[in-house]
Design a protein around this ligand. Structure first.
Ligand code: PLP
Length: 387
């Protein structure tokens, strides 16, 4: 069970540490010496419950999750969250305020836009609090909060949703402006930067992430929710107000009350997350991981910035993602050559998202400093040839 260490920069599903996958492969056959694999055990058995509990506990440990918050898992990925979040948090708002609230969305890239559109499609009448493309003409900035369209009465806001790292556009928040929104529930999509840095969980109503970038393979998503948001209007109350009832498999209180095993959770997939988190804890936790991620992204950005006649950097410096480094080659006819030569040098997964074009190097937690340096050398050689 071996492989040559890949230098893979794909955006997702993404690279995982080889040692983790080797252990996972063994556990797929025979988990913890019980004679069957982690994908074969019941999600409610002792071993299945232990996998769920261990994974939850590692998340709590890594992020210092306070007692006010709960961790749970759901089948599906980011998009499943787009629908379930608006339904659950609207029901929580109704329970607390006895009226229908308005969800507000920060749109700073492809994924927050999609999430907003899903809330709209489902009939929750969301509003846009800021759209960076409307302000700056493109997704590549995070407009300062004085440019946001903040409603007068914050009490009417059921939640504010934003995407902490826009995977496609390479835009990442350094810090959400929490102080402008006292007592408003803030929801963050951290699908592509989850556990890449320490986060103050207490400031959030909800954090969610699909597993398949930094912490596992696809099939499961991770939620950290403020416990008070589990108090939600009942199906009957929602129907009376003409509101959607939340489908049972995505009803957060039901999922939490059943320790994430109301229905069949993909136990093996959760176990892979479990192994990734143990590895992260052994490596020194989130502070160490953040330092490494800063170092990797600084290295690559500094090489790209060094050759402004060759590369175009579409993201404003203050909003640059440490996870997804987006750049284009000024002479677009060189795109294929860049990708081909990179593949020859065993550097893969660099093609930009189809909606943006150009290149994207994803430097998730599992991408090593060594791989990053190899990429930097390649980029510099390419730039010297074409400047
Ligand atoms: N949110 C972010 C930030 C993403 O990067 C992605 C996918 O890449 C999604 C949501 C959608 O995730 P999924 O494909 O698991 O539905």
């Amino acid at each position: 069970l071996d492989r040559e260490e890949p230098n893979y920069f794909g955006a997702g599903p993404a690279l995982l540490p080889t040692s983790v996958l080797q252990q996972a492969a063994k556990d797929l056959i025979n988990y913890d010496n019980i004679g069957i694999g982690a994908g074969e055990i019941s999600h409610r058995s002792k071993a299945g419950t232990s996998i769920i509990d261990q994974t939850k506990n590692s998340i709590k440990e890594l992020l210092n999750v306070p007692d006010t918050h709960e961790v749970f898992f759901l089948q599906g990925g980011g998009t499943t969250g787009f629908s379930s979040i608006v339904a659950n948090l609207s029901a929580a708002y109704i329970k607390k305020h006895q009226k229908i609230g308005t969800p507000y969305y920060v749109i700073d890239g492809t994924w927050s836009k999609k999430s907003f559109e899903e809330a709209e499609r489902l009939g929750f009448n969301p509003k846009v609090i800021v759209n960076s493309k409307e302000i700056d003409g493109k997704f590549g900035t995070i407009p300062s909060v004085d440019k946001w369209n903040i409603p007068k009465n914050l009490d009417d806001i059921s939640f504010i949703y934003y995407c902490d790292n826009e995977t496609v556009n390479g835009v990442e928040f350094r810090e959400f402006p929490f102080d402008k929104f006292p007592n408003v529930e803030i929801v963050a999509d951290m699908s592509s930067n989850f556990l890449s840095k320490p986060v103050d969980v207490s400031k959030y109503g909800l954090i969610f992430a699909g597993a398949q970038k930094n912490v596992g393979v696809s099939g499961v998503s991770i939620y950290i929710i403020k416990k008070s948001l589990l108090q939600q209007a009942s199906a009957d109350e929602l129907k009376k107000l003409g509101q959607h009832v939340v489908p049972i498999a995505f009803d957060y209180p039901t999922v939490v009350n059943n320790n994430s095993a109301y229905n069949t959770i993909p136990t093996f997939t959760v176990h892979i997350v479990n192994l990734v988190l143990k590895n992260l804890i052994e490596k020194g936790g989130l502070k160490a991981q953040e330092a490494e991620n800063i170092e990797k992204s600084n290295l690559l950005y500094s090489i790209l910035d060094k050759y402004p006649t060759v590369f175009n950097m579409p993201v404003e410096k203050s909003a640059r993602s440490r996870m997804n480094i987006v750049f284009t080659i000024k002479d677009g006819s060189l795109d294929n050559e860049f990708i081909k030569e990179a593949e020859n040098a065993k550097l893969s997964g660099l093609k930009g998202h189809r909606s943006v074009g150009g290149m994207r190097a994803s430097l998730y937690n599992a991408v090593t400093l060594k791989s990053t340096k190899l990429l930097c050398e390649f980029v510099e050689d390419f730039a010297k040839k074409h400047q």
